[in-house]
Structure formats: structure tokens, C-alpha cells
Design a protein around this ligand. Structure first.
Ligand code: NAP
Length: 244
């Protein structure tokens, strides 16, 4: 197999695990990161040790020029892009009225426009080839909303709308667009939660535990595999049953 995936936010907890699962399954992996160069380079070495061909470069998903350059170079290095995982994202816990205009813009620019930018960079080639898989990472809060995370929840709801609309638009070109909505997953994004917060949240999860990045990664991989060729426009929750 000679398939290539681009993963944004691959230096983070969920993105790095998604990269590992693709590499373990024989894919070439393009790792996009923003600031965490050490984590990204370490991950790249690990993926190479699995036999994967890699391309690793920092890129701000908000900057369309950087994004276009990333995709051009990734394709030059690894070949056509078969799958894109829009995983880069930021969260913010604050009362709605305390969120500044700059903070609100940052959340939407990274979580929503960043996915638009990356998708725009890859889509023309997928349409030409009439083949491709796009998976967007939303959140359970994009489905049901979280208090003190209004902007984050709204941005993740936008990711779901984006997924469903684009799936309809590019379905005739045999491109699948789906969404994974993780619940509470053990990464540095939740480093601010103390033991009491985690216990309170865990008590509300039917499976009574927080999720691992690999739980999300396997769902993403499935949606990019041939086994998911007839699935598009869907939101797959990986949340231990929290949102039913
Ligand atoms: P994380 O460990 O904090 O990783 C976030 C990633 O996003 C990092 O790789 C970071 O890059 C990248 N990033 C941030 N701003 C960027 C930008 N402007 N351009 C490019 N990359 C940027 O968080 P995570 O938990 O793995 O989250 C991954 C995704 O899952 C996010 O979309 C998040 O909203 C979603 N999610 C997470 C949870 C959870 O409980 N953890 C639940 C639901 C949904 P650098 O570190 O290199 O700067």
C-alpha cells in the first residue's frame, strides 16, 4: 500500500496517536504541528521506525499561504494525499461574557477556518482523482454544548455543519467527509482539570472512564479505510456513551 495522510495537530495527544495508527497500517504520514517541534520530531522518528515515509513541518492552519505550501511540499515528498484529518484545535474555559473578541476569533480561526484552509488545499486534487477521505475532529460539546465553553462548543458545532454540507457537495466525486466527536480524552487539553473535576465528569460517563487518544485514533482510521467507503456526512461519537 502506498497511501498518504495529512494530520493537523499531530504534535498533540490525539493527533500523535492518529499518526501512529496510520503508520502502523503502512500509510505515509505528513505531520503538521504549530509550536511543539520537539514532540513532532520525536513522533516523526517513531513513525520512520515503523517503516513509514514521513513529512514533518510546522504550519499555522490559520495562514492559508503556509497551509498551501505545506500541502504542496507534502505531496512532492510523499505523493498524492489520500486522506486529511483536520484535528488541530484549541479550547477555552471561560464565562461567555469574559471571552474577549480576540479569544473568540482565535477559537474560530483555528477550529473552523483552519479546517476550511486545509480542506481547500487538498480538495481540488481529490476531486480530480474522484477519491479521498476527510475526517474532521469535532467534540461532544459541539453536539450538546458545554457551559463555560460556549465559543469552543459553537466552533465544534460549526465543524459538524461543515462536515455534513461538504459531504453532500463532494459525494458525487466519491470523496467521503465525516466527523469524529470525542468525549473526555486524556490529553494536555484537559491538563487544567483536577481529580475532583475528572471524577465528576467520569460519574456521568456510562463506561465510567475517560477515553484514550487511541480510542479516537482507531475511529478516525476506520473512517479513512476502504471499509468506510459507503459512510459519509456522519458524526461518530467516541465518548464512552456520554452523549446518547
Ligand atoms: P492537544 O494535545 O492540545 O493538541 C492540539 C494540537 O493542535 C497540537 O498539535 C497543536 O500544535 C495544534 N494546534 C493548535 N493551534 C494550531 C494552529 N494554529 N495551527 C496548527 N496546529 C495548531 O489537544 P488534543 O486533546 O490532542 O485535541 C485534538 C483535537 O481533539 C482538537 O481539535 C480538540 O478540540 C479535539 N477534542 C479533544 C478532546 C479532549 O478531551 N482532549 C475532546 C473533544 C475534542 P502545537 O502543540 O505544535 O502548537
Amino acid at each position: 500500500m502506498d497511501k498518504t495522510v495529512v494530520i493537523t495537530g499531530a504534535s498533540g495527544g490525539i493527533g500523535s496517536e492518529i499518526a501512529r495508527v496510520f503508520a502502523e497500517n503502512g500509510w505515509n504520514v505528513a505531520i503538521m504541528y504549530m509550536n511543539s517541534a520537539d514532540e513532532a520530531k520525536k513522533l516523526e522518528k517513531e513513525l520512520i521506525s515503523y517503516g513509514s515515509r514521513t513529512y514533518c513541518r510546522n504550519c499555522d492552519v490559520r495562514n492559508i499561504k503556509e497551509v498551501e505550501e505545506f500541502f504542496t511540499l507534502a505531496e512532492e515528498n510523499l505523493g498524492v494525499i489520500d486522506a486529511l484529518v483536520n484535528n488541530a484545535g484549541v479550547a477555552l474555559q471561560k464565562l461567555f461574557c469574559d471571552v474577549t473578541a480576540e479569544e473568540a476569533d482565535r477559537i474560530f480561526d483555528i477550529n473552523v477556518k483552519g479546517s476550511f484552509n486545509c480542506t481547500k488545499a487538498v480538495l481540488p486534487s481529490m476531486i480530480r482523482r474522484k477519491s479521498g477521505k476527510i475526517v474532521n475532529i469535532s467534540s461532544m460539546w459541539g453536539i450538546c454544548g458545554a457551559s463555560c465553553e460556549v465559543h469552543y462548543s459553537a466552533s465544534k458545532a460549526a465543524v459538524i455543519g461543515f462536515t455534513k454540507a461538504l459531504a453532500k457537495e463532494v459525494g458525487p466525486s466519491s470523496i467521503n467527509v465525516n466527523c469524529v466527536a470525542p468525549g473526555l480524552i486524556d490529553t494536555k487539553m484537559n491538563a487544567n482539570l483536577n481529580d475532583e473535576d475528572i471524577k465528576m465528569l467520569t460519574d456521568e460517563i456510562p463506561l465510567m472512564k475517560i477515553g484514550k487518544p487511541s480510542d479516537v485514533a482507531h475511529a478516525v482510521y476506520f473512517l479513512c479505510s476502504e471499509q468506510a467507503d459507503y459512510i459519509t456526512g456522519q458524526v461518530i461519537s467516541v465518548d464512552g456513551g456520554m452523549i446518547i
